[in-house]
Design a binder for this molecule. Sequence first.
Ligand SMILES: [Zn+2]
Length: 395
Amino acid sequence: MKKVDKELMKLTNKKSIIKCFMTKKVLSKTDIMEETALSSAALSYLIPELEEEEWIIEVGVGAFSGGRRPVMYSLNAQKGYMLSVQVSTKGILIGLIDLGCQLIEAKTVIGLMNDEESFIKIIEEGIEILKKNYMALFEKIIAVNISIPGVIDERSGLVIHSAHFRFYNFDMKALFNRLLGKKVEVFTFKDTDALLLGEYYFIHESTPNMAYILCDRGVGLSLLILGELFRTLQVGLELGHMTIDPNGPVCHCGRRGCIGAMVSELPAIKHYVEIREQHGMYIEDLGTLSFGDIIKQYSHDECAKEVIDKQVDLLSEVIANMINLFNIKKVIIGGPLTLLGATIESRLENAVRRKVLVCFREGIQIRRSELDMHAAILGMAKDVLLHQIGDLKHL
Ligand SMILES: [Zn+2]
């Protein structure tokens, strides 16, 4: 075998050993042998090399099972770090996370972001804030995970299109390589992917098949199938542009009656104002009225109730269509509708059960999102550690 092939094989074997520690925290040499199918002879030199390189550390001895007690190893979580960034239209949440998926620190940076320049400025500000306290750890950053609303090509990390930020083929990888001053892996997720991963890893880990629908300023969908994000080339799943009424209002995509143009903040406000005016009731602070404000009035304002009931009914049509396509049993709803508490779950569950195919009806659960504020950045980090660490070029 050529020297270069030998070196490549050694590196591949080392990565497969590191990968074992992502699912099991503490392992003996025998455990690693079972997990990787590498020979005892190979592990006899690979394990000391990984210790030398500070990838793994000895953490004591295991239980007695005849013979010598085995040496136990764990990953050295401080060997490398990741930056995880959750982008919303109002700002970012940026966190520094170690390889054991522990959050070192996270900061929120609020600011106007509506084009490339303003977006980059906020990202730079977030990096500078964390760098101030953790300069030494920044030297060890090996990957960046970022979620953003839009159409993403996860293979290239390009944001193909993001309407709010006016991005067309925006190169996230090039941006972070420049801002960090070195080559790192960059994993780009769409906003609902990160929220779904947060739900999966921190709340619903026993549910490997589920959907996350965000209903806020538009409608977004992400799917998890067998514990992995469902992705196609240049990811689609643009649920917001599914037509539910061919005679409905015009959507910014040019078609009529898209769900995003009928169920989200703007159509809710429009409908609310119309009904109020019909009753001779005018709104003083129209400029600050939000989707959440209307939802909060649900139980004591007939107009708000009518608007939200209509929105929930339309949303149930879309969820039923989605269940008929993918036979997903659990659907998580995110966004201001969660302010309705358990009511949103029972209302949608009852409506969806009536609308889906009889054979898919059993066991449908609609749940509201109850994520901790750091769950999405940690969810992305955990997903990358579990599924991508073997492919990280910088290991
Ligand atoms: Zn549309």
